[in-house]
Design a protein around this ligand. Structure first.
Ligand code: MG
Length: 371
């Protein structure tokens, strides 16, 4: 039984191109499946999350990160009696617009675009993927997703101003998104926060002592685990600690969001939309723990000297390839040359690069910019 403030699939604002109902999957389940069958989704497997393949084959890539976000979102949505199918579809699509090389790639692509008075934004790019670039179906371009999934792609992590983005006006920018979309950003953060501690430790970029010194919540749970499993190997105590952090964040998000929902007296999705602020939120105490952990990761992992060379590589590869194609548009694939006539070379080169996997962009770099 869904809560009154959940999104009912039967009340969906529907698809751009109306389609007949499927006999045994509802519209949000179909959207989830369409995302999984998209080429851009499969390419997430070869896109960096934080660590490149150089480190290990079992660290997270953007696809396995996405699966973790999906699993966490489903748990939270279920506990809050929200629409689990919608939350799952939104989680699976949330990173589909990311370029190769993780955040370094995103930054480099944005910098290249800004030289032409444009910019790169992975949410807007994700919308273009599902609306335009994916071509699987004979009846329409793109995936023809429901309004609620497209709205969630745009609104899950930030708010866009209608005056700056008139093209997004249909997504009700002056209203909050449904709770199913609001929880994606926080599930994302729970997933990468815990996963990056894990991978950073396995990569020997973060030591146990460093983490215990720098993250009080981790230290507290580690002490607890040492009491329960004094003779367990260090790595298993580490895992038990990370598991407790994940559970604490998820549990707090569920409880605190429920409290805020109750306090706001919500009776419908429209009530959620009319709120002045997002209702999905951690409690103040856990939010402070989350911030402390995140600051630790920024200082000691994301900006660590050990990862600096790869980031520099990523920026160099993207900016040099971008300039190469600006100067040699005739070397772009034929369909991109055609599109460039309408949309201009920078946007088309950006779209092309953003879709690439880490492997493919390196091949292109060797081919066109290699010594
Ligand atoms: Mg993510």
């Amino acid at each position: 039984m869904l809560a009154a403030y959940a999104v009912e699939v039967t009340q969906s604002r529907g698809r751009r191109f109306p389609e007949a109902q499927h006999p045994y999957r509802n519209d949000f389940q179909r959207d989830r499946d369409r995302v999984i069958h998209a080429r851009a989704f499969r390419r997430l497997e070869a896109k960096t999350q934080v660590f490149t393949r150089r480190y290990s084959d079992h660290f997270r890539n953007r696809l396995t990160h996405t699966l973790e976000v999906s699993q966490i979102s489903r748990t939270i949505a279920g506990a809050l009696r929200l629409n689990v199918d919608l939350a799952e579809a939104l989680a699976l699509v949330h990173d589909i617009g990311h370029p190769p090389f993780g955040h370094a790639g995103e930054k480099a692509l944005d910098a290249a675009m800004r030289q032409h008075g444009l910019f790169f934004d992975h949410n807007l790019h994700a919308l273009r993927i599902v609306e335009d670039f994916e071509q699987r179906y004979a009846a329409f371009r793109g995936l023809n997703l429901t309004f609620e999934v497209r709205e969630g792609i745009i609104k899950h992590s930030r708010d866009y101003d209608e005056s700056e983005h008139p093209e997004l006006a249909e997504y009700l920018l002056d209203q909050r998104s449904p709770l199913e979309a609001q929880l994606i950003d926080l599930s994302d953060e729970i997933a990468y926060h815990t996963a990056d501690l894990d991978d950073g430790y396995e990569a020997h970029l973060l030591s146990l002592d460093e983490i215990r010194d720098g993250v009080p919540l981790f230290d507290r749970f580690y002490r607890e685990v040492m009491q329960i499993y004094p003779s367990a190997p260090e790595k298993l105590k580490f895992n038990e600690t990370v598991k407790r952090i994940l559970n604490r964040f998820v549990d707090d998000l569920i409880r605190n969001t429920q409290k805020r929902i109750d306090a706001a007296g919500l009776h419908s999705t429209e009530d959620v939309r009319r709120q002045n602020e997002r209702l999905a939120a951690f409690s103040l105490a856990v939010d402070a723990e989350r911030k402390a952990g995140k600051e630790f990761l920024y200082e000691n992992l994301y900006f660590s000297p050990a990862l600096a060379d790869e980031k520099d590589d990523a920026e160099r590869v993207i900016s040099e390839l971008f300039s190469f194609w600006m100067n040699h548009p005739e070397s772009l694939p034929h369909n991109y040359q055609e599109k460039a006539k309408e949309e201009g070379p920078p946007r088309v080169i950006c779209d092309y690069i953003a879709g690439m996997t880490d492997n493919f962009i390196y091949e292109q770099y060797e081919k066109y910019c290699g010594a």
